[in-house]
Design a protein around this ligand. Structure first.
Ligand SMILES: *[C@@H]1O[C@H](CO)[C@@H](O)[C@H](O)[C@H]1NC(C)=O
Ligand SMILES: *[C@@H]1O[C@H](CO)[C@@H](O)[C@H](O)[C@H]1NC(C)=O
Ligand SMILES: *[C@@H]1O[C@H](CO)[C@@H](O)[C@H](O)[C@H]1NC(C)=O
Ligand SMILES: *[C@@H]1O[C@H](CO)[C@@H](O)[C@H](O)[C@H]1NC(C)=O
Ligand SMILES: *[C@@H]1O[C@H](CO)[C@@H](O)[C@H](O)[C@H]1NC(C)=O
Ligand SMILES: *[C@@H]1O[C@H](CO)[C@@H](O)[C@H](O)[C@H]1NC(C)=O
Ligand SMILES: *[C@@H]1O[C@H](CO)[C@@H](O)[C@H](O)[C@H]1NC(C)=O
Length: 298
């Protein structure tokens, strides 16, 4: 009988442990916005009506000639970004990264599946060559993908509309808050300037524009703060180190501590609470189960 009880109890313990492990696992980071899948059953799409509107007149103080769209409207069906960039020449590194990160596929899907269009800031090979050597290689796959997504916007922005975009502009890299992926675009009479908080540059030409897809030339790679910038303020110093060792010097404490504790509160509170609830549930459950086990074994 004792054996049985012990056995049930071990099972229980295992179960509880297992549950706790489940709960303690971090919630996976949110994925980039899902690309809607195309219904396979639908009949083949009819050829697009040739309705691409004529380019709107340029605002007063038009940009220099180099910024004026160079390419004619594309053929029906989504434009092939790789092909366009290959033809434009001088984008081999960007093309390689579009392929290796599969951001190229994401763009093709967005162009095919959504009517919002896509805008791409395409850094030239020269732009990549100004990065110190090894920078690209030092990035892991996720960072590479984010870096390339940071150069893509899920809407078609013709040159004349940059003066109306609201900053920070959301890129496919996601979050635009200070330490993540902010990107500001400011239109001036003779230039469209871009700032990431690290990189300042301006559009140096239009590679392609057809009413759905716009590709602009950049002579610098847009470096996102999230990967290349300062990290958010450090969290509270580890509690083990500051166990009231003659702690009478308030000067250094006051800011850091209040700051981080309020942050922790916000970020961690929900997690902590749900953990507590789960633990209580476990306890109640194991109590009931243990009683049941004991009764059974009797
Ligand atoms: C786009 O163009 C590239 C190079 O020209 C080609 O390899 C690729 O197959 C094309 N993709 C599609 C979807 O047509
Ligand atoms: C584009 O969308 C059509 C249906 O809208 C689909 O049949 C086709 O496979 C899609 N092409 C790509 C490259 O996703
Ligand atoms: C972008 O613009 C917003 C709003 O104007 C501003 O708060 C932010 O500091 C700017 N960020 C960068 C990187 O320029
Ligand atoms: C970028 O421009 C802003 C103002 O437009 C300036 O404050 C900042 O120092 C510049 N950053 C670099 C890296 O040039
Ligand atoms: C816009 O960017 C260019 C360089 O890309 C710079 O020379 C110019 O000063 C910037 N304009 C403003 C208003 O920041
Ligand atoms: C933090 O210290 C500054 C001076 O260093 C003081 O002005 C401020 O009132 C202090 N804040 C708190 C919450 O103690
Ligand atoms: C809780 O806060 C700590 C310290 O700021 C942080 O390292 C940890 O990632 C946070 N946990 C969650 C679930 O956000």
């Amino acid at each position: 009988m004792m054996k049985q009880t012990f056995f049930s109890f071990s099972l229980l313990t295992l179960f509880v442990l297992h549950c706790t492990t489940c709960v303690a696992q971090p919630i996976p980071a949110p994925l980039p916005p899902p690309i809607p899948s195309t219904p396979t059953a639908s009949p083949p799409a009819p050829p697009l009506p040739k309705s691409s509107p004529p380019a709107p007149p340029l605002p007063k103080g038009s940009p220099p000639a180099s910024l004026v769209p160079a390419a004619a409207p594309g053929p029906s069906g989504p434009a092939n970004v790789t092909k366009i960039l290959e033809k434009a020449k001088g984008y081999s590194i960007f093309i390689r990264l579009l392929k290796s990160t599969s951001v190229g596929d994401q763009i093709e899907k967005q162009l095919n599946d959504s009517s919002n269009g896509v805008t791409i800031f395409a850094p030239t090979d020269g732009a990549f060559s100004t990065l110190s050597s090894g920078v690209l290689n030092s990035l892991n796959d996720e960072q590479k993908e984010e870096l390339i997504q940071f150069h893509v916007i899920s809407s078609y922005i013709p040159l004349s509309q940059f003066q109306t975009v609201s900053n920070p502009l959301r890129t496919n890299a996601g979050d635009t808050s200070k330490y993540t992926f902010p990107l500001n675009v400011t239109a001036y009479p003779n230039s469209v300037n871009i700032s990431t908080g690290i990189t300042n540059t301006s559009l140096s030409g239009t590679v392609y524009s057809d009413g759905q897809l716009a590709i602009y030339q950049l002579d610098k790679v847009l470096l996102p703060v999230n990967i290349f910038g300062p990290k958010p303020p450090a969290p509270a110093p580890s509690p083990t180190k500051r166990k009231k060792e003659n702690d009478d010097s308030p000067s250094d404490d006051n800011n850091t501590v209040t700051d981080s504790s309020s942050d922790d509160g916000k970020v961690n509170a929900s997690g902590a609470i749900s953990l507590k609830i789960m633990t209580m549930q476990n306890m109640v459950f194991s109590g009931v189960a243990m009683v049941a086990a004991i009764v059974l074994s009797l």
